[in-house]
Write a protein that binds this ligand. Structure first.
Ligand code: GTP
Ligand code: MG
Length: 297
């Protein structure tokens, strides 16, 4: 059976698989390596990863290099993410630029944790975009989880405070906070994010906090640049890569980890509640290379 991730990676796979197919079983020449390099860069693997793959191909040109490439790619990625690995009740701040999929992903994530039997609260702390709260309310109903919002305030920190009080009273295990889309250049919005973090640190020490950057994979290298800029302002503990189903840029996961050291935790593979896959390097690489139907070796 084809996994959802494997299907979502089909466009990325066609670029990459074609690139490797074009040199398999042939004598490797400078021209063929150049063409491979071009295709790998085109799939957003980034310069460093591309260069290291070319080295593997050159060293193994006489053998079946695909297996070597597979092992090499897996070694460049973060370990498989295990959602249940956390000690204390956890707050997950969902941040990123406009339209990357933050609100949708809040709901998908709530669904993942709820299915694990955990008590989940979502906090609608995007007080900027009209209808943002309404959007999360609809998702909250579908997930069937506790949702805290306040249409009457334009102060995200106030919503966060109320939400955390409520999550505490409710004995929530996981609190997912939807925030407004912002660019690193919006100094006031970045300052506001820092303020929200301080509220958690100072007033809710019983929670562990982590922030995830939600990145739109269709933006390719630009999404890595955005993440870098965000990382200059706030601590980033992980990333969720969305919209993998609509892009050939699945290679972006490599520069994200290689250049920024931000591990991917989940992958968005569609617009539904169930379209979120826990990141696993073996399945991901298999999906990119067209091996094992994406079932991870
Ligand atoms: N195909 C696909 N679409 C997605 C995915 N994740 C989100 N979307 C779509 O992307 C669009 C934007 O999603 P939102 O969740 O509203 O994004 P946001 O980051 O909250 O947007 P702002 O609050 O305006 O910054 C919606 O149409 C979603 O359905 C995904 O993994 N795959
Ligand atoms: Mg939103």
């Amino acid at each position: 059976m084809l996994t959802k991730l494997f299907k979502a990676l089909s466009r990325s796979r066609s670029t990459l698989a074609d690139a490797f197919k074009s040199i398999t079983g042939k004598r490797i020449t400078d021209e063929s390596l150049e063409s491979l390099e071009e295709q790998l860069l085109g799939a957003d693997l980034g310069f460093e990863t591309t260069k290291s793959i070319l080295d593997v191909v050159k060293q193994n040109s006489k053998s079946d290099f695909i297996e070597k490439v597979r092992l090499h790619l897996v070694s460049l990625l973060p370990e498989a993410f295990i959602p249940s690995h956390f000690q204390k009740p956890t707050i997950i701040m969902m941040i990123g630029v406009n339209g990357t999929g933050k609100t949708t992903t809040c709901a998908k994530l709530a669904h993942v944790y709820k299915k694990m039997g955990l008590n989940v609260t979502m906090i609608a702390a995007d007080t900027y975009r009209a209808a943002a709260v309404e959007q999360l309310k609809i998702w909250g109903n579908r997930v069937g989880c506790h949702l805290v919002c306040n249409d009457k305030t334009a102060e995200p920190t106030a919503v966060l405070f109320d939400g955390l009080e409520s999550a505490k009273a409710n004995e929530s295990d996981v609190v997912i906070v939807d925030t407004a889309g912002r660019l690193h250049t919006y100094a006031n919005l970045m300052g506001e994010l820092a303020k929200m973090y301080r509220v958690v640190e100072n007033r809710f020490p019983e929670f562990e906090m982590k922030s995830l950057i939600i990145m739109d994979a269709t933006l390719g290298q630009n999404s890595v640049i955005q993440a870098k800029e965000f990382g200059n302002h706030v601590q980033l503990d992980g990333a969720i890569l969305t919209k993998l189903d609509g892009t050939a840029r699945g290679g972006i996961v490599f520069p994200l980890f290689q250049e920024l050291g931000i591990p991917v935790e989940f992958i968005g593979v569609g617009e539904d509640l169930v379209d979120l896959e826990t990141f696993n390097p073996d399945s991901y690489v298999d999906g990119l290379l067209g091996l094992n139907n994406g079932e991870g070796g």
